[in-house]
Design a protein around this ligand. Structure first.
Ligand code: ITT
Length: 228
């Protein structure tokens, strides 16, 4: 029988991602956004054998600089960094608002639009100012969410979700977070911030990406890998 080959320096052992789930049964939620955590818990609470672990349970996590050019880059950076730090399967969400009339802004800059120390309200007012005078037919926008699930060996899978709407003329509603009060849903006749949270959790970009992520985790095959 031929001797086992030395994989050499730099070789990373490829362990199926389902190894981390089936043996450790922990999924670290790599986010500091409390609202995202609530939406994620709501979607994943019935996945058998899965323990969701908030990032806050780990002291001094590394700061992940979100300087990627795409939602996917940033989601991967966050999930990969936290999986390496915790040694557990980790999931991150990168999301934002994409407005056609603003050439896709705020996009990947959604969290920092209007400056580092700005509030949600500052960001909403900035967008409304930029959209002033844009006619109703040109106010189309969408929320985008990309989820990355990474193992400590650095391998990742991704899911995505989108939710379409239009930018409202004014801030309305107190539920949800971020840009919800200026994101008008024509089919519902109200903004995302006026919808009950259970309903947002059925139709939102994050809900769609989370449902696909949930399916991935539940569909894991015995000897296989996560399949996107
Ligand atoms: P983490 O990076 O720690 O997960 P974050 O809030 O910084 O938290 P992102 O970098 O993904 O998250 O930025 C997303 C921003 O996009 C968020 O701060 C909101 O301004 C906006 N956003 C994302 N999802 C949203 C939603 O469901 N409703 C309203 N605004 C949303």
């Amino acid at each position: 029988m031929p001797a086992a080959r030395d994989p050499g320096p730099g070789h990373r052992q490829r362990i199926p991602l389902n190894h981390w789930l089936s043996h450790i049964m922990k999924l670290v939620i790599a986010t500091n956004n409390r609202n995202k955590i609530i939406e994620i818990q709501d979607k994943f609470e019935d996945v058998p054998g899965l323990e969701l672990v908030p990032l806050g349970r780990y002291p001094d996590p590394p700061e992940i600089v979100e300087d990627g050019e795409t939602f996917r880059d940033n989601a991967e950076k966050k999930a990969r960094g936290i999986a390496a730090f915790t040694g557990h399967l980790s999931m991150a969400d990168d999301s934002g608002l994409v407005i056609d009339a603003l050439d896709g802004r705020p996009g990947v800059y959604s969290a920092r639009y209007a400056g580092e120390s700005a509030t949600d309200e500052d960001r909403n007012r900035t967008v409304l100012d930029e959209m002033r005078g844009v006619p109703p037919a040109q106010r189309a926008a969408r929320f985008v969410c990309v989820i990355a699930i990474c193992g400590p060996d650095g391998r990742c899978v991704f899911t995505e979700g989108e939710c379409g709407g239009v930018i409202a003329e004014e801030i309305k509603g107190t539920r949800g977070f971020g840009y919800d009060p200026i994101f008008f849903l024509p089919g519902r006749g109200m903004t995302m911030a006026e919808l009950p949270l259970e309903e947002k959790n059925r139709i939102s970009h994050r809900a769609k990406a989370l449902e696909k992520a949930r399916d991935l985790l539940m569909r894991m095959e015995h000897n296989g890998d996560l399949k996107a």
